[in-house]
Design a protein around this ligand. Structure first.
Ligand SMILES: [Zn+2]
Length: 447
């Protein structure tokens, strides 16, 4: 296999080899269904989509599992604030998420797992950790004893963090500067949703959700686990600790994390009012796929600065590409030289920006249209820009005959007549270009 991926565990680019020949188990941390997903999250989901497409491009069969967190601190807070059942909150935002996923042309996962449907698996996992003595009962919940897991920190590195001995955190999202024991199971505070368990009524902590669901669906050990880089610590670190302490096996071979999205050079935050959603993008007059295009222009391990101007440039590039593809003849045998260079780029730790530039180089090359069309369709399998769904441009009535007549006049040296016909065609909205392969036309953009 020529596919190489950066592994956050070894901090190196490694050749990718699946555990089971030809099969890949992929787990991606999904959304918490309590709010609209912002474009920073979308950047992560698009990176994961591209990863899946590249794996499939390499002939691998991917089992992709994505969780939907439908119970956690934030959901409960929102439900309490709005005085509704927490399920009303999660149902609403989950619905919006799936609609947006489609708009961004993100391939659906083979399975979406909802945390509330895996409570028993979480209880079983916590029980194992209690039996092994790596978990203990605190006054407000069951905790994971970080000190008991000697590999703690192998993903995120702990040099910069201080171990607060005996310190415990009950919150799902906690201080990134310190590490401490974290909650696996939380005893209910007044009115919180809860489930019965052998170690007391309660609800799962956020981190245990992903361990229990990924193991249930993909096995004790699987190939790739991804998320946004902000999940590296504590979420992913805790997932490793819980899973490996319980099973005694290596949890995941490859950890891949997508970098942050900045907005106008700043971190997205409510106070700056720059937390944009896909709805904001559409309201701004942009196509969701223009956002996808913009994300493809940066490598997933580099920060990307979102600006409305850069989105505008992405929209223009996408429009141009669509217009070019609409003018292409039927796709036949592609340009193998460019397809190979494209594959070399994407196989090099998903160098999509390079792949995109290879595609543009090909589009501008002298290859016949039919070949370029074929290769565009091949590359689109990874890029997911909807270039396979572009309707062929159609000539207005009478234009085809006029183009043929004009060509005869031109060949006969009657340039005055052929220029007149060119102007007539322009009035019909058809632009004709004379090439060595004969006349080529395209529909002029209406202003
Ligand atoms: Zn997760």
């Amino acid at each position: 296999m020529s596919l190489k991926l950066y592994n956050f565990l070894s901090k190196k680019i490694e050749e990718f080899k699946p555990i089971k020949n030809g099969e890949v188990g992929l787990y991606t941390c999904g959304p918490t269904a309590y709010n609209y997903v912002h474009i920073g999250n979308w950047r992560t989901f698009i990176f994961e989509d591209v990863l899946k497409r590249v794996l499939e491009f390499n002939g691998l069969n991917v089992s992709h599992v994505m969780n939907i967190t439908d119970i956690d601190d934030k959901i409960i807070k929102k439900a309490n604030d709005e005085k509704v059942d927490f399920k009303e909150i999660t149902k609403k935002y989950e619905g919006v998420f799936f609609v947006d996923l489609k708009k961004l042309n993100i391939l659906p996962a083979e399975k979406y797992t909802r945390a509330t449907s895996y409570i028993q698996q979480m209880i079983d996992l916590i029980q194992k950790l209690l039996d092994k003595g790596v978990a203990y009962k605190g006054d407000d919940g069951i905790y994971f004893a970080v000190e008991k897991f000697k590999d703690y920190g192998k993903l995120s590195g702990l040099e910069k963090r201080e171990l607060k001995k005996g310190a415990r955190v009950n919150d799902d999202q906690y201080d990134k500067e310190n590490w401490s024991d974290f909650a696996l199971w939380k005893f209910p505070k007044g009115g919180e949703p809860s489930w019965p368990s052998p170690f007391g009524e309660g609800r799962p902590g956020w981190h245990i959700e992903c361990s229990a669901m990924s193991i249930a669906e993909l096995g004790d050990s699987f190939d790739i686990h991804t998320g946004g880089v902000d999940l590296l610590f504590p979420h992913h670190e805790n997932e490793i600790a819980q899973s490996e302490a319980a099973t005694g096996k290596k949890f995941v071979n490859f950890w891949m994390e997508g970098e942050h999205l900045l907005v106008e050079e700043e971190k997205m935050s409510k106070s700056l009012g720059n937390v944009y959603t896909l709805e904001d993008i559409v309201k701004g007059g942009f196509d969701p796929l223009a956002l996808r295009y913009l994300f493809l222009t940066a490598h997933y391990r580099s920060k990307l600065n979102f600006t409305w101007k850069s989105l505008g440039a992405a929209q223009n590039a996408l429009n141009n590409l669509r217009e070019i593809v609409a003018g292409y003849q039927e796709a036949v045998i592609g340009c193998s030289e460019f397809e190979q260079r494209f594959k070399d780029s994407i196989d090099n730790d998903l160098d999509i920006p390079k792949g995109l530039s290879v595609m543009w180089e090909m589009v501008k090359s002298d290859y016949p249209d039919s070949a370029k069309h074929q290769s565009v369709l091949v590359m689109n399998k990874v890029l997911g820009l909807g270039l396979d769904k572009i309707a062929k441009a159609e000539l207005p009535r009478g234009a085809e005959e006029l183009i043929e007549k004009r060509e005869l006049e031109r060949k006969g040296g009657n340039f005055e007549e052929s220029d007149k016909m060119r102007r007539e065609l322009l009035e019909m909205g058809v632009e004709v270009e004379d090439t060595s392969e004969g006349p080529k036309w395209k529909i002029k953009k209406k202003n």
